[in-house]
Design a protein around this ligand. Sequence first.
Ligand code: 6R9
Length: 630
Amino acid sequence: MSDRIHTLSGYFHEYQKSVTQPEEFWARIADSFHWRKRWDKVLDWNFEEPNVNWFVNGKLNITENILERHLFTIGDRPAIIWEPNDPNEAGRTITYKDLYHEVCKFSNALKAKGIGKGDKVIIYMPMVPEAAVAMLACARIGAIHSVVFAGFSSSALSDRIIDCGAKAVLTSDGNFRGNKKIPVKAVVDEAMEKAPVETVIVYQRTNQEVNMKAGRDHWWHDVIEGVADTNKAEEMDSEDMLFILYTSGSTGKPKGVVHTTGGYMVYSKYSFENVFQYSPGDVYWCTADIGWITGHSYIVYGPLLAGGTSLMFEGVPTFPDAGRFWAVVEKYKVNIFYTAPTAIRALQAYGTDPIEPYDLSSLKVLGSVGEPINEEAWHWYHTHIGKSRCPIVDTWWQTETGGMMVSPLAGITPTKPAYATLPLPGIQLCIVDAEGKELTGNSVEGNLCIKFPWPGMIRTTYGDHERCKQTYFSTYKNMYFTGDGVKRDHDGYYRILGRVDDVINVSGHRMGTAEVENAINEHPLVIESAVVGYPHEVKGQGIYAYVICDMKNRTAENLTNEIKDTVSKIIGPIAKPDKIQIVSGLPKTRSGKIMRRILRKVAEGTVDNLGDTSTLLDPEVVKEIIEGRL
Ligand code: 6R9
């Protein structure tokens, strides 16, 4: 049974029901899944601790809802279509039946290595079907996966291994990206020095030479050799942890966002089917990496729970040329295409020539995620990719929300460029002012909160529940605070305005300014630094760093290059500052607080409107900073 909404009045009707009778509403949706034991109570919650339990005492395994559920009905339908980095290499099609056997086999192999229920497993892999198999194999035996984006550095990897106490790391020898071959196992080896694990399983992808440590490291093809390709899934509680995914916040190190089994399952499938209006047989392609939440919910779990066909792409949008996305759309007759504004803007810069050779008539729905989409990019996407006939679903959500929260339903909700439009059923949004007062009515602007639980929401931050409470549930009483600013216009439509905290969004990747500053400060000659975001044509936001250093006999150019390398090494290339301005001081208040507002304005180039600078300890610094602006 599908719970798809088909009309706008149907949407309003369902939305109303989801607010007035949330338990009945979600019970009806959840009843379409396979539970080993049905729940005793739909919802038990408070936002004070917070303590949120969905489908209390329900027993299930999420992979039974992906594998067994589809085995005898659509077993021969493609579950995953894989397109490699190099267009000359053959792709792969993995049917539901294949997926069932692959997942069983690999989960049996994990068990044979002593990995079981409750163990943490890090997945640090390229975009190959085995990465999805790895996630599902963990879920099948009750192990908790934590996928780490394979572009992160060894120190980012070891931090995560330590934080979650991982028992195993699943990785590859190397990774193809455009015309580059990236060492992956070597990064894992480096991480192992600080954060050793018992078992490392290596998928052979690039055939490059790697070190294999006897007793610890095993080849993927060896561990599955001769292993049974069936098994019975482990029985899990609805609130058992399914995965941990690390994400950046405004303070300190990335935190491990915890998602649990039952609620995440219900929400990822429900949101997938409704937002994209997915019909059986549609070929759906999400260009995200599985290292991000978008890859979790909308490459792996949502589409596969829905019995869908999910295309997985290993490469990059510009290899071998800027027409690659469209070549892939034509090759597989993609019906639904979901990408990030940064990719759209990057391709927009190449003009429309790279699109011309390809037949995009299979496309029905376009999606956007990760950051606000500017109107110009929206129109380009709509006109040149969607040929003015495909609805665009601009989907606002977060790692913490587990699934899409504010979005049009494709072809149903009338769209407006740059608006995520309306909340999904079950999502009770609330706009508050700085004091936490709810702003009712239309034509208001403030901070975006959510005042009632939804099944896909964050349960805790791993190992530090207090941090979860402080970050999301303490700013405003009895509300989940998103960290985003929002406007509700005269039609009641929502437009997300971007982060209101010290988080910047670079090419759709979340980064804490403090995290980047800490990395910069690791350079031995850096005394102090302050990082802000600034508008960047392609990336959405770029990283602007103000740095006080001891120059020794370095040139500014040498030093800034060294600092960029330091950041790359500590976090990964995605966190490299775009601009580094060396300064002699930072604008601080008398109490020593950096006035970021001023630094942001200078970085943006709006220096004629700096506001009140009279409380500054040393107003002269501002003059110097403005003069040296990059
Ligand atoms: C799914 C994902 C979350 C932050 C979020 C917001 C920004 C995401 C957006 C959007 C405007 C959209 N964001 N989608 N802003 N419009 N459609 O991206 O999760 O990596 O955790 O980032 O991204 O600022 O708070 P995550």
